[in-house]
Design a binder for this molecule. Sequence first.
Ligand code: GDP
Ligand code: GDP
Length: 434
Amino acid sequence: MLPVIALVGRPNVGKSTLFNRLTKSRDALVADMPGVTRDRKYGEGKTGDRAYIVIDTGGITGDEQGIDFEMARQSLQAIEEADAVFFIVDGRSGLIPADEMIADHLRRSGKTAYLVVNKTDGTDPDVAMSDFHTLGLGEPIPIAAAHNRGVRSLIDTSLADFPDADDIDSRTSTGVRIAIVGRPNVGKSTLVNRLLGEERVVVYDEAGTTRDSIYIPYEREGQAYTLIDTAGVRRRKNVREVIEKFSIIKTLQAIKDANVVVLVIDARQGVTDQDLHMLGFVMDTGRALVVALNKWDGMDEEQKKAVKEQIQRRLEFAAFARFHFISALHGSGVGDMYASINEAYDCAMAKWATNRLTLLLEDIVADHQPPQVAGRRIKLRYAHQGGSNPPIIVVHGNQTDQLPNSYKRYLQNKFTKVLKIRGTPVRFEFKTGD
Ligand code: GDP
Ligand code: GDP
């Protein structure tokens, strides 16, 4: 589980600037989901080899009656989802009442909070910080986000307070871990109930925050599974807590924690940009994948044809996955998904001996030689497996950095075909020996 840090504070204190510094990502990992995460942005960052998730929020103004209400609600939701909060204040404008209001909320939330004074460039830091001690949130930490000053030490200090990922107990989970993910209302809860069917299950509804999924271990035809249910409804702990069944953090964590992801798409709505964002994240993690086109009941032939065409066009990059056209509501097609889940898991976890991969490489190269570069032929010598879920195949040779992409694709296609890999992406790495 990655640590999650929320950035809160008034508008204009420099939250977005800090977000960009902390994530440096090409762009937010899951871009805005209209209607769900308005004014909340999620990004993944790394310091050294420690990864974390950052949530940016629009801000809290202290005037929550009018249009600012929604923005404040989003901030409170972000605090709820986070392990720690960076409370950003503006060193130039000094302490204002809205800051006190936010501090008050943070103290009562019981979350670990760091008081971060931004824009300390060009000012005397002691003067800039002196005001903020009275907030009662510990020693203020000076930064200048725009100049990347103090940012690294801020994140390193805060992460040092988290246990190492490896030290955290792994979840109550056995067998194949399946995450059911998708936009709100696509039918995840309905599908979870269908997949569990008659199996006797013990649901561990661990007390936790809204971002925790429910882990459900069960057995089916002698095979153990743990279903990671991102759609479970949570009880309200207090009136202030906003209940939101859908959470991006929950989705991201579930995907990371799964062996196989079942992405549920509402066929009646077709493949939307939000579906693609989520799929993009599954692809980044390299998890095995099964796609369920749900609500297939009651669609006419024309609609079905349109959706199938859309899949060909928009989901071509996920062609390794099996697609199922199902009705979670009526149960049709759901049972068949297990064969694809098992296949995807088996392929994702498969182990191939080095000599088998090397013989295969030799065959593939004999069929079609790599090109010459500057009069010298690129040589591919042997291959071994570098990991699983996703499977990684490492190909050794010389001048492999010169291999054209077309040849890499040829290799990948051949390996995938001969090894009968289905349902999981395969990663290739090329190493050069001279
Ligand atoms: P947000 O509304 O809290 O997300 O604030 P922004 O990140 O959009 O920043 C608001 C303004 O403050 C922008 O004009 C930034 O360029 C400026 N700003 C952000 N960080 C710093 C800083 O460290 N020093 C100074 N002088 N200005 C900053
Ligand atoms: P979630 O938010 O993704 O967990 O979605 P739910 O499982 O709560 O389903 C949202 C709505 O879609 C509910 O009204 C379900 O009854 C309906 N629904 C779910 N699956 C199907 C299906 O296969 N066909 C039809 N027609 N409706 C469905």
